[in-house]
Design a protein around this ligand. Structure first.
Ligand code: BGC
Length: 741
């Protein structure tokens, strides 16, 4: 390099350093300015203003009709608007009155609400509207609907998770709403739980990575951007694994497991800048989390340093009285939960909350400092979202709402979410000349692909299906030129006579939360019987499982030539499945949960040594139907050159992957590590790194991964993270290597 050139480069480097410094400074200056703005505002606020800010009511409370029984079409009640927004100064409203609205209606809703808050209320503080936009903007008619989180997890594709966040943010803001109660960061380790499909699956590493990518898509760097919204990590903490597998029943989770299994996803999301958090409705170790200051203050604030806003889950202050029975009345429940660290109460149907809270403050039962702390957090979110400057977005500017561009991303996500778990003698893809008989309860139902939080809470009202979207049956017909027919269960055996192949769409209907509680994880008996009867016809069967949790199908697995699993692939699921069945898409999904073989044997892939001992003291008792991470392709990948070497802070792993087949395909390269000896019983293995790559036929790629000692650590005897030196076994694509660190 000549001297002049090196001086020039040096100058560039210096300039670049300066710019970075400038950007950081600008960013921190903005944060300081926001804080100053909020502090100044608080100084002028009355106690009534403040407790109003801490209150969140459902839209039902300002609408015509009783809560849960609104008049149709949805209409506002002027008197209630005045009372709730102006007199009580309620700072946040949530959700819709029972079902999705058009964007035009959302515009009316948001304009009206912000008009009351900004123009009619004295303080002029805008309302923070929050909604469950869970897999796209599912409460706005016509919005782009992605796979649910478990389906997104099956893609193992961080770019797609981010894309889902971006599209959801865009379309939610396009509906005037700046805050979504998403993502679910509970870890999905119990297949019985009716919200399993709302999670990113059973593994902490996979779920953390996906959560971070999604939040990045939702929030970006600047939440005031007209295409971004605030995320809400939920449900903090320990919600997903109850003793009975039923929603909102008691959980017993020791501190070690809490820290090692349940905390990492939240920790990662906080580090990624998520601004709000929703609290777990359940009770853990005998204490409702909404009443537990050890979780809400000691852990969340003091230890993790979270500075954002903590909102309750639905009615959870009231439930401290009616369900949990730790408070004698609503007033005591408010006192307990606010003093335990709640900032905003999703009350959501009792407008007495702010008045009682003010009373508690006046009586000295809730300190004013506690109120100010919460109000500051709430107002900061409003400020960072830009609501003080733009309480109502320019609805006309969102020309990409439900665009072909967004639909293409949802379709790609749906396609990559489909997991091929069986393909005997390469039965799939199907030849276009074959006559296909489609059967099964989920063949012609969009709701079976979308699940809950779709149009309605339970997602079970076809009135709110997105118009023009294709079910599996419709998508197969659209591709097949007269080769596809459908038969109801009672006609299926007869109809099979003229078919070459039977495609049976089985699984579950839509549900979420309590209504989705289950008595038996086995697939419903009538579906098993349908397959047994069809098997008698001798015609080959392909199973398409559409489900929110892995329903046990052991009895029919051998009856099928091929099996696809779709964990709620969303509105594009029909097309995605048809594309996979006909081979236009090479499947690349991998299971984000271990698929159980027996309903009494729900074990995760990262089980302990004792989970492997069977009744006869053998060692093969970990015997799921299919393991976490499993999924086939229409091409074959081979792995070679697995090399592991120690580094100053962990290990370096490299491997070569080759596409040995005749078509291109995507492969998820998964690196697992087993800690061979540890003071806390080590897991059989743990996913420590992964990458999804695409390879043309015949081509190879070398990948390398750095795995740090921190990645290899666990929560030790004193409940603190620890790395213990020793021997580790690395596994990648069926190859193994040991090394000592
Ligand atoms: C659910 C939350 C949801 C909230 C608001 C609750 O019942 O547990 O996940 O965000 O309702 O709809």
């Amino acid at each position: 390099m000549n001297t002049r050139y090196s001086v020039f480069v040096l100058l560039l480097v210096l300039l670049a350093c300066n710019t970075t410094q400038d950007t950081t400074m600008v960013k921190s200056e903005i944060i300081d300015k926001d804080v100053q703005f909020v502090e100044k505002l608080i100084a002028d606020m009355t106690l009534e203003d403040k407790v109003g800010e801490m209150t969140q009511l459902t839209i039902d409370m300002v609408s015509v009709g009783a809560p849960y029984a609104l008049q149709e079409p949805h209409t506002f009640d002027e008197e209630k608007l005045q009372n709730v927004l102006v007199d009580l100064k309620v700072g946040s409203i949530l959700n819709c009155g029972g079902h999705a609205y058009t964007r035009d209606h959302w515009e009316k809703i948001i304009r009206t609400i912000q008009d009351y808050a900004v123009n009619k209320k004295e303080s002029g503080i805008p309302v923070l509207y929050g909604i469950d936009a869970i897999h796209g903007t599912n409460y706005t008619t016509g919005a782009t609907l992605f796979p649910q989180q478990l389906g997104q997890a099956a893609t193992w594709n961080l770019d797609l998770a981010k894309a889902c966040g971006e599209v959801t943010a865009y379309e939610t803001r396009a509906s005037g709403i700046p805050w979504t109660f998403s993502p679910v960061l509970d870890i999905g380790r119990d297949a019985r739980w009716p919200r399993l499909w709302e999670t990113y699956g059973e593994d902490m590493h996979l779920a953390s990575e996906l959560g971070v990518a999604y939040i990045d898509g939702l929030q970006g760097d600047d939440m005031s951007d007209a295409h971004k919204v605030a995320s809400c990590m939920k449900h903090f903490l320990g919600y997903s694994v109850t003793l009975r597998g039923r929603d909102r029943t008691q959980a017993w989770i020791p501190e070690r497991q809490l820290r090692e299994y349940f905390l990492p996803t939240f920790q990662a999301a906080m580090d990624a800048g998520s601004k709000t958090i929703m609290i777990n409705s359940g009770e853990m170790n005998g204490i409702p989390v909404h009443a537990n200051s050890k979780i809400l203050v000691d852990l969340l604030r003091d230890e993790l340093g979270f500075t954002g806003l903590a909102v309750t889950d639905w009615e959870d202050v009231g439930y401290l009285v009616s369900r949990h029975k730790v408070a004698k009345d609503f007033k005591e429940a408010i006192k307990i939960s606010i003093n335990a660290g709640i900032d905003m109460a999703m009350v959501p149907t009792d407008a007495s909350f702010p008045t009682i809270l003010a009373e508690l403050v006046n009586e000295g039962q809730v300190p004013m400092s506690r109120i100010d702390e919460s109000v500051k957090r709430i107002l900061l979110v409003k400020k960072e979202l830009g609501l003080f400057d733009t309480p109502v977005v320019d609805f006309a500017s969102y020309t990409d709402f439900a665009s072909a561009k967004h639909e293409a991303k949802a379709l790609m996500t749906a396609e990559e979410s489909i997991v091929l778990v069986k393909n005997k003698e390469n039965f799939l893809p199907l030849n276009a000349e074959k006559n296909i008989l489609v059967v099964g309860p989920n063949a012609d139902r969009l709701s079976a692909m979308n699940g809950g939080w779709t149009g309605t809470w339970q997602g079970d009202n076809p009135m709110y299906d997105t118009k023009g979207k294709l079910t599996v049956l419709a998508a197969l017909k659209a591709k097949s030129q007269g080769k596809v027919s459908f038969a109801e269960a009672d006609q299926a055996v007869n109809a099979a006579a003229s078919a070459d192949v039977i495609v049976a769409c089985l699984g579950e209907g839509p549900y979420t939360e309590k209504p989705g509680d289950l008595d038996d994880l086995n697939l419903d008996e009538d579906q098993i019987e349908l397959i047994k009867a069809l098997k008698e016809t001798g015609k080959p069967i392909v199973l398409v499982m559409l489900e929110g949790r892995p329903r046990v199908i052991r009895k029919i697995v051998d009856d099928a030539e091929a099996i696809l699993v779709g964990f709620l692939p969303g509105d594009e699921g029909g097309k995605a499945i048809a594309n996979v069945l006909y081979g236009d898409v090479n499947p690349s999904g991998k299971l984000p949960v271990t698929y159980p073989r027996f309903s009494n044997d729900i074990v995760t892939y990262d089980h302990k040594g004792t989970d492997k001992i069977d009744r006869k003291f053998g060692t093969d008792a970990f015997n799921p139907q299919w393991e976490f991470g499993y999924g086939l392709s229409y091409t074959q990948f081979s792995y070679s050159n697995l090399l592991v070497s120690p580094t100053s802070n962990g290990m370096h792993v490299s491997v070569t992957v080759t596409n040995d087949g005749a078509i291109k395909g995507k492969e998820v390269v998964q690196v697992y590590v087993q800690d061979l000896v540890a003071t806390i019983t080590p897991s059989a293995k743990r996913l420590r790194a992964f990458d999804k790559i695409e390879l043309a036929p015949g081509s190879s790629r070398s990948l390398s991964f750095m795995i740090s000692k921190e990645d290899l650590s666990f929560v030790g005897v004193d409940n603190k993270w620890v790395f213990e030196p020793g021997e580790f076994k690395v596994e990648c694509g069926g190859l193994y290597k040991n090394l000592t660190l």
